[in-house]
Structures are given as structure tokens and as C-alpha cells.
Design a protein around this ligand. Structure first.
Ligand SMILES: NC(=O)c1ccc[n+]([C@@H]2O[C@H](COP(=O)([O-])OP(=O)(O)OC[C@H]3O[C@@H](n4cnc5c(N)ncnc54)[C@H](OP(=O)(O)O)[C@@H]3O)[C@@H](O)[C@H]2O)c1
Length: 277
């Protein structure tokens, strides 16, 4: 039987590359998101693998909307979360360039629009931590419905959580704390599945060359990283901790699939380890 892999947030920036890698690896792939839509792409290669994915609509906070999908799944990936508790920042990051590029860079991290009612879910606690715990618990409940023999096969199932390497300067500590708290809760569920905890740093897509805030940040971080490596020769530990390498969504996805396929692996995958993939 072809193993089934479900990616929550599978139409997102990273999630879509995990779906692509999983299709290539021969999995039956389901993406879950509220819209249930495939991501937009004009690339022929993307169109091909996207046809192989089932694009399902459900809300991670409403287990009734997706528990049926988990019934015969052996691998679950959680690939959604927030960097700021400000609903505007994601739009700012994905904006296409305009003449007014300064204004959208400045609006990154700006306070919420007072006219817009913000979602009660758009907090670190809910999006980064509780969403993962709710999903893992729903997966666990489906496992508990199986025979006793099946329940014991924890190493044949995995739950991948996209955590993060470290906090970022100017990003509230609640971001990284919520990630670490979720990791601890997931590691307690090893009896049911292998927790795979990915810790990427700032990500970029190898196939997107658009000039926008994300590529601006990527270039700036790469320059800082090279400066630290070649000018300071990584001699100052506090600089090494602050300036971390960037990683592509393709590389993270390859690392995710490598760990999912290894029945003996569970635990944390550091940024350094991802970069070696
Ligand atoms: N981007 C980076 O540089 C970076 C760095 C380190 C770690 N990370 C982590 O990597 C993970 C993925 O990040 P990303 O940038 O790929 O995120 P993203 O582009 O925002 O994708 C997340 C997807 O989740 C879906 N979603 C949101 N709320 C949902 C809900 N309630 N139920 C079901 N689906 C929902 C959204 O689709 P719908 O709107 O259709 O629901 C969205 O496409 C996150 O955990 C993030 O913290 C990212």
C-alpha cells in the first residue's frame, strides 16, 4: 500500500515544497488548508506534481473537519505558524514590488490595522503551539481507534513539526518560546508516533527570483553571514549566534522526507543538519 502523508499548510511557502518532495518520493499526498486551494504557479514542473496532490479544505482548530483524513495516514506534517502576531506581515512579505518598495518594507512588523478585526487564533500560543498540539492529539485519537497491534507500530508513523532555529532580532521572544513549548509537548507523544522536529532558519525558495521583501531580507542575511565568515572568521561567538545561515525550502523539504523515511529517527533536526542534506 502506498503510504499517505498529510501536510497541514501544504499550500504555504514551505508546505508546497514538502508536498512536491513527497510526491517525488512516491507518497500519496494530501494538503490541508482553510482554502483547500493549490498554490498559484505558472511553472510547468509545479503544475505536474500539483496534479498528484489532493488539496483538501479544513481548519486545524476544528478536528471534526479533518479527522477522517487522518484515519489511514502514516505521516503528518504541521507546516503553519506565525512570526509576528500581526496579520498584516504575511501579506507584506508576499507583496510584489511596486515603486513604493520602502513603504512595504517599513510596514513589515507594523501594528495591526485598527479597522480590521483580528482573528482570536492569530497569537503565538494558538498558531505556533496549540495548533500543533490539537493536530497531534487528533492523530493520536485516530491511532487509538486501531487494533492494539497496530497501535504499537509507532516507528511506522511520524509527526513532523516545523519549528525554528532561533528567535530573530526584533521578533518577540514569544515566537521561539511557543515553538519550544510545542516541541516539548510533541516529544511526549512518542508512544504513538515518531516526532520529527525541524529547526530551519530564514527560508527562501530556489525557484522564486521575484524582487520583494523576502528576497531583500534573504540577500541582507546572506551578506551578513558572509561578512561574519570571511571578515570576522566566525571568531565572535555572539555574532555566530546572531547571524545564522539561510536555507531553501527545497533543502528543508528534502531533509523532512529523509527523516520521515527513516524508521529509526525521532527528535530534533538542527539547522546545521538540514544544511548538510
Ligand atoms: N518562512 C520562514 O522563513 C520560516 C523560518 C523558520 C520557520 N518557519 C516555520 O515554517 C512553517 C511554515 O511557514 P510558511 O512561511 O511556509 O507559512 P505560510 O506560507 O503562511 O503557510 C501556512 C499555510 O497554512 C494554512 N493555514 C493557516 N491557518 C490555517 C488553519 N487554521 N487551518 C489549516 N490551514 C491553515 C494557510 O493556508 P490557508 O490560508 O488556505 O488556510 C497557509 O498557506 C511555520 O511553522 C513557520 O513558523 C518559517
Amino acid at each position: 500500500m502506498i503510504p499517505k502523508l498529510i501536510v497541514f499548510g501544504g499550500n504555504g511557502f514551505l508546505g508546497k515544497r514538502i508536498c512536491q518532495e513527497a510526491v517525488t518520493a512516491g507518497y500519496q499526498v494530501v494538503s490541508v488548508s482553510r482554502s483547500g486551494k493549490a498554490p498559484q504557479s505558472n511553472e510547468l514542473n509545479d503544475k505536474q506534481w500539483m496534479r498528484e496532490v489532493q488539496w483538501a479544505a479544513a481548519d486545524i482548530f476544528k478536528p471534526d473537519s479533518y479527522h477522517e483524513l487522518l484515519k489511514d495516514a502514516s505521516n503528518v506534517v504541521h507546516s503553519l505558524g506565525i512570526l509576528l502576531e500581526n496579520e498584516n506581515y504575511k501579506q507584506t512579505l508576499s507583496k510584489t514590488p511596486t515603486n513604493d518598495s520602502k513603504s512595504y518594507l517599513l510596514s513589515f512588523g507594523a501594528g495591526p490595522n485598527p479597522l480590521k478585526k483580528s482573528s482570536p487564533y492569530f497569537t503565538y500560543e494558538m498558531m505556533n503551539k496549540q495548533s500543533a498540539i490539537i493536530l497531534a492529539d487528533t492523530f493520536k485519537q485516530e491511532i487509538l481507534k486501531k487494533s492494539k497491534k497496530e497501535q504499537t507500530k509507532a516507528n511506522e508513523r511520524s509527526f513532523t513539526y516545523i519549528s525554528a532555529d532561533k528567535g530573530f532580532p526584533m521578533i518577540p521572544s514569544g515566537y521561539i518560546n511557543s515553538k519550544r513549548e510545542a516541541e516539548i509537548e510533541l516529544e511526549k507523544m512518542q508512544k504513538y508516533f515518531r516526532p520529527v522536529i525541524m529547526r530551519p532558519g530564514f527560508m527562501f525558495d530556489e525557484r522564486r527570483n521575484a524582487i520583494g521583501p523576502r528576497s531583500f531580507i534573504h540577500t541582507a542575511l546572506e551578506l551578513l553571514y558572509c561578512g561574519n565568515k570571511f571578515l570576522l572568521q566566525n571568531k565572535l561567538q555572539f555574532m555566530n549566534d546572531l547571524i545564522r545561515p539561510t536555507v531553501s525550502t527545497q533543502q528543508v523539504s528534502k531533509s523532512v522526507l529523509t527523516k520521515i523515511k527513516n524508521p529509526d529517527f525521532k527528535g530534533v533536526v538542527t539547522l546545521e543538519e538540514i544544511l548538510k542534506t
